[in-house]
Design a protein around this ligand. Structure first.
Ligand SMILES: [Zn+2]
Length: 331
């Protein structure tokens, strides 16, 4: 059955890490030799269930990690209909609903499959590596459209054929579901982590309304954290000119620079909790202040919970003109 293994080969190097679920499914295929059909018969089964010999050959490692697969995906992995039945009888596979099976399924994936849906939109983007703010809830896309459902893409509505939506469908759903700030944060992270290009985002936004398409001009893949994207977007909405990742001193880039001297550093919870970072940040602040910069260091919590106060302070600094170097101070 090793001949089946190349079908699991990942498309991209970052997908190559094997997972427990993937191993389990593969081990089962290898361990049940006497039940396996010939590759020709597996292909014939695949044709019957997918309508195409080539339609569902590849099953993403992410799907196997989530532990929920469809009959077509099992066929693509080389399982015959009979093997599937046998595995269900032996409790190796659990039938979740007709055509959908689980093996040690992830709780969210199981809930989605039970609901006749797939993991979609922001939830799918998080699974696919985007930075998605906490507390955005579970985003599902249902096989049958339900009135009022938030998570469905602008444009073509693809059928639910896998437990998690592909990147393009997830982005197209997020365009409809998210507010503009959440979109900037998540799309910045897709660009920064090279999970998507701006051209791809433009293609996916083709059916979205103008207020969403216009947002693409605000995106910046240089943004290094979600909090930085958030603050940049809020300043942009206030029409405050801001530059990002500016090299202000030799060997030192700052997150955001307003005017010439107002430095805004946005701490993301993930990166600024260890002792070394604490020391480094204080050294940076000292060097910046010594050269005449004003430094506002904002914590993740403050950005999320105290923004009105931060906004008032930034506007007060700008009104006084303190974001510019005075003539006599010019370096
Ligand atoms: Zn959604």
């Amino acid at each position: 059955m090793r001949a089946m293994m190349p079908r699991l080969a990942p498309n991209r190097p970052e997908d190559s890490a094997p997972s427990g679920h993937m191993t389990a499914l593969c081990t089962h295929v290898a361990g049940e030799r006497r039940f396996l059909r010939s590759p020709q018969r597996a292909r014939s089964f695949e044709r019957r269930v997918t309508g195409s010999e080539h339609g569902a050959r590849m099953v993403e490692p992410l799907v196997l990690q989530l532990g929920v697969v469809t009959t077509a995906q099992l066929a693509a992995l080389g399982w015959s209909k009979w093997q599937i039945e046998r595995a269900v009888q032996r409790l190796v596979l659990v039938r979740i609903r007709p055509g959908w099976f689980g093996q040690s399924p992830d709780a969210d994936a199981l809930a989605a499959a039970r609901a006749g849906a797939c993991i979609a939109c922001f939830s799918a983007l998080r699974l696919r590596g985007a930075w998605v703010p906490q507390g955005s809830g579970a985003h599902l896309r249902h096989a049958r459209h339900r009135a009022g459902a938030r998570c469905r893409p602008f444009g073509a509505q693809p059928p639910v054929r896998s437990v998690v939506d592909d990147l393009g469908t997830a982005v197209r759903s997020a365009f409809r579901c998210g507010d503009r700030e959440a979109l900037v944060v998540v799309l910045d992270s897709l660009l920064h982590r090279r999970l998507a290009t701006l051209d791809e985002l433009r293609t996916w936004a083709a059916d979205a309304p103008a207020r969403i398409r216009d947002l693409l001009a605000v995106l910046d893949g240089r943004a290094e954290s979600g909090t930085e994207s958030m603050v940049r977007f809020r300043l942009w909405r206030l029409r405050i000119g801001v530059r990002i990742q500016v090299r202000v001193l030799p060997g030192m880039r700052v997150d955001l620079l307003v005017g010439e001297r107002l430095v805004i550093e946005c701490d993301s919870r993930e990166h600024h909790t260890d002792g070394a970072a604490y020391e480094r940040d204080r050294e940076r602040d000292r060097r910046l202040v010594a050269r005449g910069f004003l430094v506002l260091r904002l914590s993740y919590r403050q950005i999320h919970e105290d923004w009105p106060a931060i906004e008032r302070d930034i506007l007060a600094i700008i009104r006084r003109g303190d974001h510019r170097f005075a003539r006599r101070n010019q370096r």
